[in-house]
Design a binder for this molecule. Structure first.
Ligand code: ADP
Ligand code: MG
Length: 691
């Protein structure tokens, strides 16, 4: 049987789980930390460093017994000089009893504990005394169940020998870089897997050692190169040519709007129009705080595509949001499209078969000029006649695969223009590293007549007072949201909480209509509740976070968020953005803590403080990054494995700057080496960088 067809061994499966398939992957699997087995202490010396750090000493067994103190255990007393230590094992083999027979001299290694019962160790590593000492620090690797350190060490060692570690970075790019440029890749790797015992463990562990710096520089360079490649590949593509000035649909839309665009909306619309008229497929991110008016900018872009005879699709992350876009855009555009024999189509998961079939047909024959929906719009059976523009709202809520799919909707290999929208701005260093192929437009101004939202922190113990104020507020004819937390572990609990809050509020607010909205509700009920709220019939909307993104009801001017401490910062900001959209001054009440008053964690306190102190989405994003660290942002890319393993964008700005300068030069002068470098570092993860 050929090797490839043999079932993978447990070891191979465990290695694959860690992403360790090629020799180079193993060579690049770097230690988490190191253990020092190069030194031997006397037990008396070791007794002075009782801590979590393992120590190593040699001693002679003076006593052994198997005891039954609750659990069967092997107790071995060893002595070195006049100091004794008790070794305790809960799981042991008969062979171990023999190995540690009275009179044997042992080399023992592990963290040493002191205390009332004297010196002791749990499950130390034990071998016969007298063997040679390690001449380098012993690496401890990140691992997974079923893969022991010794096995992994061996695999890494083999990888290190087999991998092709020839230099890919040309000398001309290294000259002048930091101290790390004296290290070759191979030297750095050999060193990091087996550092000399006299090296500073601190430098190794905080990754400031030049060998580490070298690896981080390599990794950042790979990322920059891959982004530059993506950019180059795009230069080769043809986008749908949407000639500027084709048709007056955009002007008709502007004339039909009940408001005038802000200066910022006009500016970003022009940036988008220029892209659409150009020869390349657009890749543009439109960022703007909640309520800044991104939807109308997308509608204008759609008009340009439609006017030039192309189709347009708008995808939103939730059915409620997609529905709202559909209703608003259909209201604006149907009167303009109907005379042309075109329509706005709706596509969602929960839809009647016949309606769906009809929509699919209209999309395929092109009469559905604008298609709006959830991720239902990227299902296989959806076939566009001529897709010219794809808009993704709240783009960070979609996975990489979904975004890629949207770009590949056209069977003939042409790529539509792509407009991504988000209220969560991407931090600058991330934009430079991961989204180098994206152009960014920013709406930095809110429409006029918006009132800042006043945010109040109120202890959950005062919930009853808040309900009373809510009653008075609603009595004036205003509307409000009551948001219940998402309980991560259990959707059922989440639901029960919302249902219970709804019942309580119905009882507390006689004579008022109180609606309930949550993810499990059937689509038509959701639709009915939302419609009632939009129309103003429903005074209070009790909901889980399904309203988080995009929902727009200007009459709602009060929001109460229960257990606000359980929400993420950007989530709170998004939620708060639902109020302050009409003419009235708005209030957001953040109820925190249990009614019996539990303590808040530090990060929860920081999040709530940020909410009270600022309403600026960019400032919120900055604080969010500071509280959570950049790793979390990458989580949002949902690519499974993190793309940067060694470098840290927040800490390694100097290396990032070097990589940004080096990448274009390397690509232009040494394209072969650049390709090898990217393949070595990113392997199969390349595709993800394009999304
Ligand atoms: P977001 O950027 O959060 O998606 P929306 O597009 O939902 O914001 O817009 C929020 C609200 O502001 C909507 O009711 C929209 O009709 C309104 N709006 C958008 N642009 C303007 C403007 N220039 N003047 C007044 N109202 C506007
Ligand atoms: Mg929006």
């Amino acid at each position: 049987m050929p090797d490839t067809q043999r079932p993978a061994s447990a070891r191979q499966r465990a290695l694959r789980k860690l992403g360790l398939e090629r020799p180079i992957d193993l060579a690049l699997h770097l230690p988490l930390r190191y253990e020092d087995e190069t030194r031997l202490l006397s037990l008396a010396e070791a007794a002075r460093c009782v801590s979590d750090e393992p120590v190593q000493f040699e001693a002679t067994v003076t006593h052994q017994e198997v005891a039954l103190r609750g659990k069967r255990q092997l107790l071995v007393t060893v002595q070195d000089g006049d100091v004794q230590c008790l070794l305790r094992f809960f799981n042991f083999y008969p062979s171990q009893r023999k190995q540690m027979a009275v009179g044997e001299r042992l080399r023992v290694r592990g963290p040493l504990r002191g205390g009332f019962g004297g010196l002791h160790m749990m499950h130390p590593v034990v071998r016969a005394a007298g063997g040679p000492l390690a001449d380098a620090l012993t690496p401890v690797y990140p691992t997974t169940a079923g893969l022991s350190q010794p096995v992994l060490r061996k695999a890494v060692q083999a990888g290190l020998q087999e991998a092709d570690l020839r230099e890919t970075i040309p000398q001309e790019l290294l000259a002048g870089a930091g101290a790390w440029h004296h290290w070759s890749l191979k030297q750095a790797l050999v060193f990091l897997h087996h550092p000399a015992p006299d090296v500073s463990l601190a430098e190794l562990e905080d990754h400031t050692h030049p060998a580490w710096q070298r690896l981080k520089a390599e990794e950042l360079l790979a990322l920059q190169l891959s982004q530059a490649q993506v950019r180059q590949q795009r230069q080769q593509l043809r986008g749908p040519a949407l000639m500027a000035g084709a048709g007056d649909l955009p002007d008709q839309l502007l004339a039909a709007l009940p408001f005038r665009l802000t200066a910022a909306q006009r500016r970003v619309s022009e940036e988008i129009a220029a892209d659409l008229a150009g020869p390349l497929p657009m890749r543009r991110l439109l960022q703007g705080d909640v309520g800044s008016g991104k939807t109308v900018v997308a509608a204008l872009a759609a008009c340009r595509a439609l006017a030039a005879g192309w189709q347009c699709v708008l995808m939103a992350p939730t059915e409620i949001l997609a529905r709202q876009h559909f209703e608003r855009l259909a209201e604006w555009l149907t009167p303009l499209l109907a005379p042309l024999g075109k329509q706005v189509a709706w596509l969602a998961g929960q839809q009647k078969k016949s309606a769906r079939k009809q929509m699919l047909q209209a999309i395929a024959d092109g009469s559905a000029a604008l298609v709006i929906g959830t991720h239902a719009v990227i299902q296989d059976e959806v076939r566009f006649d001529r897709l010219g523009l794809a808009v993704i709202d709240e783009q960070h809520r979609f996975g990489v695969g979904q975004r890629l799919r949207l770009r590949q909707m056209q069977d003939d290999g042409t790529q539509p223009h792509l407009l991504m929208m988000s209220a969560t701005p991407i931090p600058r260093t991330l934009a430079m590293s991961y989204y180098a192929d994206l152009d960014v437009s920013t709406i930095d101004e809110l429409p006029p007549g918006r009132w800042p939202v006043t945010t109040r922190l109120v202890s959950g113990r005062r919930r009853a007072e808040v309900v009373e104020r809510l009653r008075r507020w609603l009595a004036t004819g205003a509307q409000a949201y009551w948001v219940c937390p998402l309980i991560e572990e259990s959707e059922a609990l989440d639901l029960r909480h919302a249902t219970q809050a709804h019942e309580e509020l119905v009882a507390a607010l006689p004579g008022l209509r109180v609606g309930l909205l949550h993810a499990r509700l059937p689509a038509d009920e959701k639709k009915a509740v939302m419609a009632g709220f939009v129309a103003g019939d429903v005074a209070l909307l009790v909901s889980t976070t399904v309203i988080e993104v995009g929902v727009d009801v200007p009459g709602a001017s009060l929001m109460v968020i229960e257990h606000a401490e359980r929400f993420g910062l950007s989530q709170l900001h998004q939620l708060r953005g639902r109020v302050g959209r009409g003419a009235a001054a708005s209030i957001c009440v953040l109820l925190y803590g249990a009614p019996d008053g539990g303590r808040l964690s530090d990060t929860a306190r920081q999040r709530l403080k940020a909410m009270v102190e600022t309403a600026d989405g960019f400032e919120i994003a900055r604080r969010d990054l500071a509280i959570r660290g950049p790793g979390e942002f990458m989580g949002a890319r949902q690519s499974g494995t993190p793309l940067l393993r060694f470098a840290d964008l927040a800490e390694d700005e100097a290396l990032l700057a070097w990589a940004r300068e080096a990448a274009p030069v390397m690509l232009a002068r040494h394209p072969g080496q650049a390709a090898r470098h990217v393949a070595r570092w990113l392997g199969t993860r390349m595709e993800y960088l394009k999304a």
